[in-house]
Design a protein around this ligand. Structure first.
Ligand code: AAL
Length: 364
């Protein structure tokens, strides 16, 4: 439905707040969202999903899993994505039954792999980017959930580094980083914790998850999730740590957490600020949020069927453009959790309309 058709309805929602008493719901329409009508709201979109070609899953028997894709970057006309890959003797068996070869969770005993594509639909898996290092190095049990930063001509992968099987005690792990001169590697581990856990009793004392670096205001803005407790009582907050150098120090923002909801949160520069997908966990799940300063987020829209663990193609993720145009597609993951004997995840593509242009936002 176009705006033209819409505005011909006599009862259509006025674009500006009417000068009369309003119900709470109508009041909220003008105070909570970027625009009262989703058709005009640059941060409203539905999502469309497409199967990818190029990844082999061993007939989806649960021994092979790919999940938590990074942002996508384009280098020499090729798209690159990094992700968690598990290729194990069995599907995850839980903390009680795991061993040196049997994974506890879908992201246990994993490595970071990468793939390339010329069109975003057909992918070629290139191989391992960051293998599990020998014990007792950071991440010896599992390396997972990567994201990528381009900074002054070099490439930096930030990822979770497990020192014990996930699930033995929560899902606890720190974040570390590897650096390379090329997206094809080789990757050199920095061998240190990049974002420190909070002090005992603080909101991010146990784990720093889902590191997500962007370049904003000339600095590295690294968003992350911290988890209190175990699934399903999984209470999350999302924080921000800022650095001038990819090796750190990363200073945590004094207002952390900056998001009260959102698991595997996705961020991208939008207009002069930062937009975020809060996909699940928390009162504000299924919302797209916007902060004009990268710190103070408000609801921009409420939507549904959002991409899980989305890694979008963000043309302005590292350009420090000052006024960004948004995103149109990326990769995400789907998890097959119903049957414990084949539990695994696989990658898919999402398309959306989260660009500066308004227009119809329903993806068909
Ligand atoms: C994901 C992410 C992190 C968690 C686990 C693997 O969805 O939030 O990466 O540790 O689940």
């Amino acid at each position: 439905m176009t705006n033209k058709t819409r505005s011909s309805f006599p009862w259509d929602i006025p674009q500006t707040k009417p000068d009369r008493d309003l119900s709470k719901a109508m009041e909220r329409l003008y105070s909570n969202y970027l625009t009262p009508r989703p058709e005009d709201n640059p941060l409203f979109s539905s999502f469309k999903y497409t199967e990818l070609s190029g990844f082999d899953y061993n007939h989806h028997d649960g021994t092979v899993s790919r999940r938590d894709p990074s942002k996508i970057v384009k280098v020499d006309n090729k798209y690159y994505v990094w992700y968690t890959k598990r290729d194990t003797v069995s599907p995850p068996r839980g903390a009680k039954l795991c061993s040196d070869t049997v994974p506890s969770t879908d992201w246990d005993l994993a490595e970071i792999w990468y793939a390339t594509s010329s069109d975003g639909f057909n992918w070629q898996e290139q191989g391992v980017a960051v293998p599990r290092p020998a014990k007792p190095n950071l991440g010896w049990r599992s390396v997972s959930t990567p994201d990528i930063l381009l900074w002054e001509g070099k490439y930096y992968l930030y990822y979770q580094a497990f020192m014990e099987a996930s699930g033995l005690v929560g899902d606890h792990c720190p974040v570390t980083m590897s650096v390379s001169d090329s997206p094809d590697g080789p990757w050199r581990p920095c061998n240190k914790v990049i974002v420190e856990n909070g002090q005992s009793g603080s909101w991010d004392q146990f784990s720093i998850h889902d590191p997500y670096p962007l370049v904003y205001k000339g600095k590295i803005y690294l968003y992350y999730k911290a988890a209190f407790g175990d699934r399903p009582d999984y209470l999350v907050g999302n924080g921000l740590a800022i650095a001038d150098n990819p090796f750190g120090p990363f200073d945590k923002h004094p207002l952390n957490p900056v998001l009260n909801s959102g698991h595997e949160t996705t961020y991208f520069p939008f207009q002069e600020g930062i937009a975020a997908f809060a996909i699940r966990n928390g009162n504000e799940s299924n919302t797209i949020q916007y902060s004009p300063d990268g710190v103070n987020f408000s609801l921009a829209s409420v939507t549904s069927l959002m991409p899980v663990a989305a890694g979008p193609y963000v043309p302005e993720a590292y350009t420090n453009s000052g006024y960004a145009k948004g995103i149109e597609w990326g990769l995400c993951h789907f998890s097959d959790k119903k049957d414990p004997t084949t539990k695994h995840s696989f990658l898919g593509r999402f398309d959306c309309n989260l660009t500066l242009e308004g227009g119809n936002k329903d993806m068909k």
